[in-house]
Write a protein that binds this ligand. Structure first.
Ligand SMILES: Nc1ncnc2c1ncn2[C@@H]1O[C@H](COP(=O)(O)OP(=O)(O)OP(=O)(O)O)[C@@H](O)[C@H]1O
Ligand SMILES: [Mg+2]
Length: 210
């Protein structure tokens, strides 16, 4: 998918976070968002997902203004901070199978296996560790064959072995021309995947480079 961000600005009530930001990605490009805490990486991601409503500027997916899209198909999202407390018991398997539109097949099993979810597949998610729950969230995002996958600091809190699995997953998706956007402070993780970097500095001060 082609992604174009044109003169994007965003403010939380009084506070301007993004100002006049523009960049474009081609089909299959991998973009890494970098920049200090509070520079607006998560905010930009939420604008791309329409979780936040853009003030000024326009975002196009394949030439279509995302404001005119009723719902996103094929967009996967792994949030930075997962705020949840399920009042009722729900298991990892229930979260994953409800996210999967089809009958469980090889693809489903492969994702569960690659992310090492089997040991806690039947557990209530309230009892999972942060990293285990993060892996469930990543699996959920992958299930519906996203054409655009956005991961906000996906390596935080995950052990080395699973960071390597995630790296391999992203590498394979990139080979399949899935667009991927991650935000990270882990340059080592990003450097062998990224086609572009977008560095957010002060408000209105950005650099977009290969
Ligand atoms: N819901 C909100 N209401 C008001 N201000 C917010 C809100 N969310 C974020 N901000 C502010 O917007 C700025 C950008 O925050 P954002 O979370 O996008 O930064 P970030 O680059 O993702 O940082 P980090 O590296 O810590 O994840 C920060 O100054 C933050 O305090
Ligand atoms: Mg953030």
């Amino acid at each position: 998918m082609r992604i174009e961000v044109k003169s994007l600005s965003f403010a939380y009530t009084q506070k301007l976070v993004l100002n006049n930001l523009s960049f474009a990605l081609d089909h299959g490009d991998f973009l890494t968002l970098v920049g200090k805490n509070g520079t607006g990486k998560s905010t930009l991601i939420k604008c791309l997902l329409k979780i936040l409503k853009v003030g000024d500027g326009t975002i196009f997916f394949d030439g279509i203004d995302i404001n005119t899209l009723k719902r996103f198909e094929n967009v996967g999202y792994v949030p930075q901070k997962i705020e949840f407390s399920y009042e009722f018991p729900i298991t990892a398997s229930e979260i994953l199978s409800s996210a999967y539109m089809k009958r469980k097949d090889e693809y489903y099993t492969k994702i569960i296996n690659t992310l090492g979810i089997n040991p806690f597949y039947r557990d209530n998610v309230n009892n999972l560790s942060g990293g285990q729950f993060q892996r469930v969230t990543i699996a959920r995002a992958l299930l519906n064959h996203p054409q655009l996958l956005i991961l906000d600091e996906p390596t935080v809190g995950i052990d080395n072995e699973n960071v390597r699995s995630l790296f391999e997953i992203l590498k394979k998706l990139k080979e399949k021309k899935v667009n991927i956007i991650i935000s990270t402070h882990d340059i080592e993780f990003a450097k062998n995947l990224s086609d572009y970097y977008l560095e957010l500095n002060e408000v209105g001060d950005y650099s977009f480079y290969r």
